[in-house]
Write a protein that binds this ligand. Structure first.
Ligand code: ADP
Length: 201
C-alpha cells in the first residue's frame, strides 16, 4: 500500500460517528505501516486550540489551526484524518481550497439519531441549557453541498462506511494497493478522476 499524503476530513454532528470511523481508518493504515495522524476535535481542543470557545469566530479559528497542521503533515506524505464537527461551510471550503490532496467526508446521521446515541451526554446537557451554542441544538450545522463521500451512519455499519472511504481513496489515487488485484494507476487525484469520468460519459 502506498500514499502521497492526503487529508481525510470528516465533518458531521456530534455523535454522527466521526471518531469511530476515524479510529477504524487509523488502525487500517497503521496495520499497513503507513504514516497516519488522527486530529480529533476533542483532543485538539485540549491542546492546540485550548482556550478557544464555541462562537463562530472561535470555531473558525479552530478549523484554520487544524487545517494548517493537516496541510503540513499531508504534504510530507502523511495520511491525516481530521475528525471535527466543523459546522461552517465557508471555512471548510477554505481548507478544501488550501489543501492539495483533500477528501471531504460527510458523516451524516439525523439529529434525532445523534441525540438518541448521546455518546457523551452532551445533547442532554444542551437541552437543559447547561451547554450553550451546541451544534444542532442552538448553533447551526451547515451540511456539505458537494462532499466527496457521504457515510449514512444511521443505516450503514462502521465497516460499510469505512469501505466507502477506502474505495474513494483508492479510486482517487490517494492510496494505492488496498485491493490485492489493484495495479498502480497514474496519480491523478480525485478531481482528475472526476474530470476523466465526466469526459467518458
Ligand atoms: P462523533 O465523533 O461524530 O461525535 P462517535 O464516533 O463518538 O461520534 O459516536 C458515534 C456512535 O455511533 C458510536 O457509539 C458508534 O458505535 C455508533 N455508530 C453506529 N453506526 C455507526 C457507523 N456506521 N459509523 C460510525 N459510528 C456508528
Amino acid at each position: 500500500m502506498k500514499t502521497n499524503g492526503v487529508v481525510i476530513w470528516l465533518t458531521g454532528l456530534s455523535g454522527a460517528g466521526k471518531t469511530t470511523i476515524a479510529e477504524t481508518l487509523e488502525r487500517i493504515f497503521s496495520a499497513k505501516q503507513l504514516q497516519v495522524e488522527l486530529l480529533d476535535g476533542d483532543v485538539i481542543r485540549t491542546n492546540l486550540s485550548q482556550g478557544l470557545g464555541y462562537t463562530k469566530e472561535d470555531r473558525d479559528t479552530n478549523i484554520r489551526r487544524v487545517g494548517f497542521v493537516a496541510n503540513l503533515l499531508s504534504r510530507n506524505g502523511v495520511i491525516v484524518i481530521v475528525a471535527t464537527i466543523s459546522p461552517y461551510r465557508l471555512v471548510r471550503d477554505e481548507m478544501k481550497a488550501m489543501i492539495h490532496h483533500f477528501l471531504e467526508v460527510y458523516i451524516n446521521a439525523p439529529l434525532t439519531i445523534c441525540e438518541s446515541r448521546d455518546v457523551k451526554g452532551l445533547y442532554a446537557a444542551a437541552r437543559k441549557g447547561k451547554i450553550k451554542a451546541f451544534t444542532g441544538i442552538d448553533a447551526p450545522y451547515e451540511a456539505p453541498l458537494t462532499p466527496d463521500i457521504t457515510c449514512f451512519t444511521d443505516r450503514e455499519t462502521v465497516e460499510e462506511s469505512v469501505t466507502k472511504i477506502m474505495n474513494a481513496l483508492e479510486a482517487g489515487g490517494f492510496v494505492d494497493g488496498m485491493r490485492s488485484e489493484s495495479t498502480t494507476p497514474p496519480y491523478k487525484g480525485l478531481k482528475g478522476l472526476q474530470a476523466q469520468q465526466q469526459k467518458a460519459s
